[in-house]
Design a protein around this ligand. Structure first.
Ligand code: SF4
Length: 111
């Protein structure tokens, strides 16, 4: 698990994303215009909650949100099916970044 100190700044979040992508066989979306707000969001979540919760989803107070600590529990299936994670931060190796868009939410309501 990442240490929050690694992620307190977007630069650290980018390093973290690079490590995750390398480890999982994904790539970080090269579209910095799209990824910069996501990386800033991950840093913000790490500063606020101590964990890099997905910045594209709502943190539900009092709920178990461990499924959306980045990389979330749903990323592998989304990347396998759509070539991208829900936020679009991580892509499959063959995914054209210009085709990144909105995909269905895989996270169940009754987790
Ligand atoms: S969708 Fe999942 S893998 Fe993508 S940025 Fe959010 S938590 Fe990370």
């Amino acid at each position: 698990m990442p240490k929050s100190t690694d992620l307190d700044e977007p630069r650290g979040a980018k390093d973290y994303a690079d490590r995750v992508a390398l480890h999982r066989g994904w790539v970080v979306n090269p579209d910095s215009g799209l990824t910069q707000p996501i990386l800033e969001g991950l840093s913000s979540q790490a500063r606020r909650f101590g964990r890099p919760f997905c910045p594209c989803r709502d943190i539900e107070e009092g709920q178990n949100n461990q499924d959306i600590v980045c990389p979330c529990r749903y990323a592998a299936e989304d990347i396998s099916q759509y070539g991208q994670c829900y936020c679009g931060l991580f892509l499959s190796r063959g995914k054209d970044p210009e085709t990144v868009g909105s995909i269905p939410e895989r996270r169940p309501d009754d987790r």
